[in-house]
Design a protein around this ligand. Structure first.
Ligand SMILES: Cc1cn([C@H]2C[C@H](O)[C@@H](COP(=O)(O)OP(=O)(O)OP(=O)(O)O)O2)c(=O)[nH]c1=O
Length: 190
């Protein structure tokens, strides 16, 4: 019997994987999320996804483990999660009226091998007024999210257009993930 483990403490990633009708367990991974500034965003998200999956795979060598990491990139700057109101405001001002890219990296570690990939989605924001940014920050939503917003929640009012996988913006490119799981040798029920 194959076991599948999601190496994440993100409730959004859990919900996205639940949509796929797969049986899986959750194990959060406590890893250092810093990375070298020499890495490109695609390298950085794959590296962090791999660190998260490896943390769990070391304890569970017979399971299939999925790790994932998301960052927002605007004009070459990589934006992680804002630590306070000021940082959240800085990010929203930067993204207002502009196009940015969301990179989500995924690592699948099977008993035999590791598969890494990433998805890039471009997101266009409406021009935001000070009142809108203020209300959004006061909702508390920016703080546990890369780039300081969540497309799936209240933050949906910020978004004008997207090009790419919506689910990757939320934290896990699910369609690509099932396909890569199959490549890794995981037997899907469909
Ligand atoms: C841009 C964007 C990000 N996010 C979230 C996805 C990720 O949970 C988070 C980025 O942080 P991550 O470090 O990728 O993930 P995490 O710390 O939340 O969870 P874990 O490492 O345990 O798997 O930002 C949204 O929920 N909606 C969005 O629109």
């Amino acid at each position: 019997m194959q076991r599948l483990i999601l190496a994440s403490s993100s409730p959004r990633r859990r919900e996205l994987l639940e949509n796929l009708h797969l049986t899986f367990e959750i194990s959060s991974s406590n890893v250092d999320e810093s990375f070298s500034p020499d890495l490109t965003p695609e390298e950085a998200v794959k590296e962090l996804a791999s660190r998260k999956a490896s943390f769990v795979a070391k304890k569970e060598p017979n399971a299939f483990v999925i790790g994932s990491d998301t960052v927002v990139v605007h004009n070459g700057d990589i934006l992680g999660k804002p630590n306070d109101r000021e940082e959240a405001l800085y990010m929203l001002k930067k993204l207002s009226g502009q196009t940015h890219s969301v990179f989500t990296g995924v690592s699948i570690i099977s008993p035999e091998r590791e598969i890494q990939f990433y998805e890039k989605t471009d997101v266009v924001f409406w021009e935001l007024s000070h009142e809108e940014m203020d209300a959004y920050i006061s909702s508390g939503e920016p703080f546990d999210k890369a780039g300081g917003y969540g497309i799936q929640g209240f933050g949906s009012f910020l978004v004008r257009e997207i090009k790419g996988d919506y689910f990757s913006v939320v934290g896990l490119p699910v369609a690509r993930t099932v396909r890569e799981l199959r490549h890794a040798g995981y037997v899907l029920p469909y």
